[in-house]
Design a protein around this ligand. Structure first.
Ligand SMILES: Cc1cc2nc3c(=O)[nH]c(=O)nc-3n(C[C@H](O)[C@H](O)[C@H](O)COP(=O)(O)OP(=O)(O)OC[C@H]3O[C@@H](n4cnc5c(N)ncnc54)[C@H](O)[C@@H]3O)c2cc1C
Ligand SMILES: NC(=O)c1ccc[n+]([C@@H]2O[C@H](COP(=O)([O-])OP(=O)(O)OC[C@H]3O[C@@H](n4cnc5c(N)ncnc54)[C@H](OP(=O)(O)O)[C@@H]3O)[C@@H](O)[C@H]2O)c1
Length: 258
């Protein structure tokens, strides 16, 4: 197989700047590109020496969308994002033809409540999951937790709140979606203040919602900062939750971003 058989070349169609170091973008979607909500694509940009630089990016879009949306940080000196940030609408971006990732709800069996715990850009795959009609049929509650430093980094609020009034989703979502915003470096603009890890360890998150995370009821997906992912997984493991595997279904699925 030649290199060209492994990827398609797509075009940027839309850019949205959230802050100096956070933005979203959409690209054309090759009709053969399929994914399961929660998965990531591998994106390529032309690097300094004309070679392609590839990075994994969670897909924000619904699986039925015509385009693919992504939500990105800009890392100072980051090989990929320092190229990506300079691209404009109409510019090319490379997309690996394969879809990747195990942060998908099909890893779980049963369960009443689906917890989606994210920091920073780790919110991205959970938006795609919210667009998945089957999760709304499957779960009684879906609790989306997004933790950021400052309130301008609590992005996609309008889109998430829009599910409550959305023509096709509102009836499914209205008694089920619980959206919790957390901030760690500002004390206005959130539902709770503090890190996900601390608020789970001290039970403040569950007390606030009056819902407990239990082995029987809960399925938990965790995405973003690797230390947060690791520590949250360990705190929940002490309560008996286990990582879900194909051979042995459990209660947690995780994804580290770096
Ligand atoms: C499965 C998977 C999915 C990912 N999805 C996304 C996504 O949807 N959006 C996104 O912005 N990034 C995502 N990433 C991270 C992304 O692949 C790159 O690391 C990121 O674009 C930075 O690339 P870079 O070359 O500029 O810097 P890199 O050399 O890749 O990273 C340099 C450093 O920047 C920091 N860093 C990297 N990514 C992030 C981040 N997302 N948030 C905070 N700090 C970071 C880390 O300290 C890292 O060591 C994902 C990573 C994985 C493994
Ligand atoms: N203006 C700027 O240039 C600017 C602004 C923001 C970020 N950055 C840089 O960008 C990088 C990524 O920033 P980010 O905010 O997207 O991602 P991040 O550092 O992963 O932080 C996102 C959220 O996760 C929390 N968090 C971090 N580590 C955690 C842990 N071990 N356990 C539980 N929660 C944890 C943070 O809380 P805490 O606040 O308590 O860490 C924050 O609320 C950082 O290296 C940062 O220096 C730059």
């Amino acid at each position: 197989m030649s290199k060209e058989d492994k990827y398609t070349i797509e075009k940027i169609t839309y850019l949205k700047k959230w802050t100096d170091h956070l933005f979203s973008f959409r690209i054309t979607r090759n009709e053969a590109f399929k994914f399961i909500p929660g998965q990531f694509a591998r994106l390529g940009v032309v690097g300094l020496n004309n070679e392609l630089v590839w990075r994994p990016y969670s897909i924000v879009s619904a699986d039925y969308d015509e385009e693919l949306e992504f939500y990105s940080i800009i890392v100072p000196d980051g090989e990929f994002t320092q190229r990506l940030k300079d691209l404009n609408v109409g510019d090319s971006i490379y997309v690996d033809k394969t879809n990747y990732g195990l942060l998908t709800t099909d890893r779980f069996e049963n369960g009443n409540n689906l917890w989606l715990l994210s920091t920073g850009t780790g919110l991205a795959p959970f938006i795609s999951i919210l667009y998945d009609f089957s999760v709304w049929e499957q779960y009684e509650k879906i609790i989306l937790v997004h933790c950021a430093r400052t309130k301008d980094e609590l992005v996609y609020q309008e889109l998430i709140n829009g599910f409550y009034t959305h023509e096709y989703y509102c009836d499914l979502v209205k008694d089920k979606l619980i959206y919790v915003k957390l901030l760690t470096r500002e004390n206005q603009g959130a539902d709770l203040y503090g890190r996900i890890t601390d608020l789970i360890a001290n039970k403040k998150l569950e007390d606030f919602l009056n819902i407990s995370i239990t082995v029987e009821n809960s399925r938990v997906m965790i995405c973003g900062n690797p230390q947060m992912v690791d520590d949250t997984r360990k705190i929940l493991a002490e309560r008996g939750l286990t990582i879900s595997r194909r051979s042995k279904p459990g209660n947690m699925a995780v994804e580290n971003y770096w």
